[in-house]
Ligand binder design. Structure first.
Ligand code: PEP
Ligand code: MG
Length: 581
């Protein structure tokens, strides 16, 4: 039966293909009742998984004993080994298999839930938090039981343009989404998610149609159902009839034609009708994204979200590994600016390898918690390691360092001191780096936008992170579909903060860009140009559409019109005027 569902349109275009249902939660396991005769082999499966995890922990322990390793790693390995040996987890799971004939994954999850409830009762906060270690050990065991559960394989090869893979998920972490970069996927829908959650940003960076915040798509869709994803209107059509299918095939071909016409702008300059040179930079998550940035003629990298290098792995990337990744990007951009942002983890960006270190997704308000620079200043060894890697890369190209989420003058001071410390360490180890590396700050907390002085006095450049600036100005969790309708870049308060920041930066001759999703939305290009913005950074998939807006714009006219928009204090009226700009 054909039906349609609606959600948030976050990445335009039409995809027609077959549903592939996935779940990112390792702990969402199947519940199977075994036959009595299978109990022994199920117990053997569990024992084999325990041996695998024990060997994993042993090799982590060896790495932790190497010179330069972090002492906390050894401590958490010891703790996890203790939990693995504790009868309260695995023996109790064994009993559930033998007595209730549960499959091993289900038995483990049941026992883990009992233990987590017991830990929650502890008065002592430290002990309470140890429940996460129990969860992590259980997750390791389940992964071992399932082999490699996150690996997505296609059951059948696509046989035509309507038979491609469309991912359907309840929710996905940014890390899961990142893994799709290496696969051919035609479209993407999720039940949860907001327009600027990091999962959405990564999905958008894949350049494929996506609809998020669908609420109940996953339970209603079956694997291999035929789907149409209309990423422009935010519609998902399940099992369409032939007439609808034909209509969407036509729309898909005309969009492909428009896209190929846009390709002609890949070599064009981004100059407005009144001869203003506009810089269009690319946002990237992984070094290989540089190829896409070059293919659309980006003027440089305006935001390298380095935290994605830290995801989907059990250990942190070493200084050398980070250095190589940053150097490769710097070299590939061949003298064009490469803006590397220091680690911005926390909130919706979980890094498993750091999960024992206090960055808890489950904290009451993760977006207001220990994220980004707050985390880096609290973990100076990790921060210094990254700073050294970025500095070393600065010897191989035009590298700039960008620091996220600062709000206080003392955070800027402390960060600059850490940079000096990293430089001193590199001098003594005789590594070469750019002594005059430019250091910039992101403006993404209203307090920073309202009190720009400390940023202007101490830093070389600024970049407005509108995703977070909007989240914090409007008190809207950017990942929460339930309040997504209130997440509005055109709220007059947001526009005032953005335009004041741009103007003040210009007055003090500090280069300023916007690197949040607003910069990549062609509907806002003219508005931002009229505010005086001359540097935009966005995902490469959005760059040509924005360039098309730029080459048709006249900034002188826009400045006058936008000044009028900025005087209005009603969002609907603002929207009307912005549409007519
Ligand atoms: C932003 O907040 O606008 C930004 C660019 O950073 P991120 O989306 O990674 O939080
Ligand atoms: Mg941000």
């Amino acid at each position: 039966m054909s039906f349609s569902l609606h959600g948030l349109a976050v990445s335009g275009g039409i995809a027609i293909g077959r549903a592939h249902l996935i779940s990112h939660a390792t702990l969402e396991v199947s519940h199977q009742q075994l036959n009595e005769r299978d109990v022994a082999s199920e117990l053997a499966r569990l024992d084999a998984a325990i041996r695998v995890v024990s060997a994993e922990l042993e090799s982590l322990r060896e790495e932790a004993s190497l010179p330069g390793a972090l002492s906390e790693v050894a401590a958490f390995v010891d703790l996890h080994a203790m939990i693995l040996e504790d009868p309260a987890l695995v023996e109790a799971a064994r009993d559930l298999i033998s007595e209730r004939w549960c499959n091993a994954e289900w038995a483990l999850v049941q026992q883990m839930e009992i233990l987590v409830a017991q830990f929650d009762e502890f008065e002592d906060a430290y002990l309470r938090e140890r429940k996460h270690d129990v969860i992590q050990v259980s997750e390791r065991l389940i992964k071992a039981l399932l082999g490699k559960p996150r690996k997505l394989t296609r059951r059948k090869a696509a046989t035509g343009p309507d038979d491609e893979l469309i991912i359907v998920a309840h929710d996905l972490s940014p890390a899961d989404t990142l893994a799709f970069k290496n696969m051919h996927i035609a479209g993407f829908v999720t039940d949860l998610g907001g327009a600027t959650s990091h999962t959405t940003i990564v999905a958008r960076s894949l350049g494929i149609p996506a609809v998020v915040g669908m609420q109940r798509a996953r339970p209603l869709i079956l694997d291999d159902d035929l789907l149409i994803v209309d990423g422009t209107r935010g519609v998902l059509i399940v099992e369409p009839d032939e007439r609808v299918l034909e209509e969407y095939r036509l729309r898909r071909s005309s969009l492909a034609l428009e896209r190929s016409k846009l390709q002609r702008l890949a070599r064009a300059r981004s100059t407005t009708l009144d001869e203003q040179e506009i810089s269009l930079y690319a946002n990237i998550e992984l070094p290989q994204d540089v190829e896409q940035a070059k293919a659309v003629g980006a003027d440089g990298i305006g935001l390298f979200r380095t935290e994605f290098l830290f995801m989907n792995r059990d250990e942190l990337p070493s200084e050398d590994e980070q250095f190589e990744a940053y150097r490769n990007v710097a070299r590939a951009m061949n003298g064009k600016p490469v803006t590397i942002r220091s680690l911005d983890i926390g909130a919706d960006k979980e890094v498993e390898a750091l999960s024992t270190r206090g960055v808890e997704r489950s904290a009451a308000n993760p977006a207001l918690g220990l994220r980004a620079i707050r985390y880096c200043l609290a973990e100076p060894q990790i921060f210094l390691m990254q700073l050294r890697a970025i500095l070393r890369a600065s010897h191989h190209g035009y590298v700039r360092l960008l620091v996220p989420m600062m709000a206080h003058a003392h955070e800027i001071e402390q960060t600059l001191l850490m940079i000096e410390q990293a430089k001193a360490q590199l001098r003594s180890s005789r590594h070469r780096f750019d002594e005059n590396i430019e250091v910039g700050g992101m403006i993404e907390i209203p307090a920073a936008a309202l009190m720009l002085g400390p940023f202007l006095r101490r830093l070389d450049f600024l970049s407005i992170g509108t995703n977070d600036l909007i989240q914090y100005t409007l008190a809207i969790d950017r990942t929460d579909g339930a309040v997504a309708h209130l997440y509005d870049p055109l709220h007059p308060a947001v526009l005032r903060l953005v335009s004041q920041t741009i103007q003040l930066a210009h007055r003090h001759e500090r280069p300023i860009s916007v690197c949040g999703e607003m910069a990549g939305d062609p509907a806002f290009t003219r508005l931002l140009l009229g505010m005086g913005l001359r540097q935009f950074s966005m995902h490469p998939a959005q760059l040509l559409e924005v360039r098309q807006e730029v080459v048709m714009a006249d900034t002188e006219q826009l400045t006058a019109k936008v000044a009028r928009v900025l005087k209005i204090d009603e969002t609907d009226r603002v929207r009307e005027l912005v549409e007519k700009l």
